[in-house]
Ligand binder design. Structure first.
Ligand code: ZN
Length: 288
């Protein structure tokens, strides 16, 4: 059965078709409104979703204020160079272990949010995002999917000038500007996917396809990433992993994001995010 979980105006909601159902209302007081608490109880959401046909929808998804499905993760990991063709386009060697950096949770925004550009070298990176539902330490690969609450879409927006302003590059800052983590529109439980290891992922800018691949191309797949990270740090419910981006980033084509550009990111079985870019002031203070 499974579930599709959204953050509507800061409140957890289950989604079916074009309607959403406020979780606190649907759960008759058994659940509170906090999306983070809902994720930690993800194994109870499927049962609740089975009764959804008899419930009255809270509202329509169209025009709703949709926030990031995981608004306040304790940890937000991201993985670089996790698709061979993407490593090739950057002239980089594929690492022997996952190349992990962090995006500060404060960069996370919803699926319709504007992306604020603070230089002329900002880039898109469409990515599958894994959300931990059951915490753990030293998780075996074979057990890893059992720790996943669900999957969602992410854009690992990256300011390339900031990223490469120092050597070695500082990924964390360059990928953590405010608004640089659009996610959503929903968190989809893994039993909703026919093949959770092979999902088509497409990023378009102004309707032009820039990235088009499947998550079957991941070098370190979801179980490998969870196992690796959990041997270093204890994973907790709500932890987020951006799994890496396919080939076709703007830096490889000298097509950076500009004011008014619209980024459309789609993953099979999850949905689509649409984010508009807004060029604001430069992040480097002008001096003379
Ligand atoms: Zn990335």
């Amino acid at each position: 059965m499974g579930f599709r979980l959204a953050n509507i105006g800061g409140r957890a909601a289950l989604v079916q078709g074009d309607s959403y159902f406020d979780l606190e209302t649907l759960g008759a007081g058994n659940f509170g409104p906090d999306p983070m608490a809902a994720i930690a109880r993800f194994d109870e959401l499927s049962a609740l979703a089975t009764g959804i046909d008899a419930a009255v929808p809270t509202g329509s998804i169209a025009g709703a204020d949709i926030g990031p499905p995981v608004p306040r993760p304790q940890k937000c990991f991201a993985v670089g160079l996790n698709y061979q063709a993407h490593a090739d386009e950057g002239g980089m060697e594929v690492p022997a272990v996952p190349l992990v950096f962090t995006k500060f949770p404060s960069c996370l925004v919803g699926p319709d949010a504007n992306v604020e550009l603070r230089s002329d070298g900002v880039d898109y990176e469409g990515e599958l995002v894994v959300v931990i539902g059951r915490g753990g330490k030293d998780i075996a690969r074979a057990d890893a999917w059992n720790h996943v609450a669900g999957l969602t879409i992410g854009q690992d927006i990256s300011d390339r000038p900031a990223q490469f302003a120092a050597a070695p590059p500082h990924f964390d800052l360059a990928k953590s500007f405010d608004t640089f983590g659009p996610t959503g529109p929903v968190l989809v439980s893994i039993d909703q996917f026919e093949n959770r290891d092979n999902l088509r992922i497409v990023t378009e800018v102004n309707g032009e396809i820039r990235q088009d691949d499947t998550t079957a191309s991941l070098i370190f797949d979801v179980p490998a990433l969870i196992s690796y990270l959990s041997r270093i740090t204890t994973l907790v419910p709500g932890d987020v992993i951006f799994t890496g981006t396919p080939e076709g980033i703007g830096a490889a084509q000298l097509k950076f994001l500009a004011d008014g550009d619209v980024i459309t990111t789609t993953i099979e079985g999850i949905g689509t995010m649409t984010n508009r870019c807004v060029r604001v002031s430069d992040y480097i203070e002008a001096t003379d």
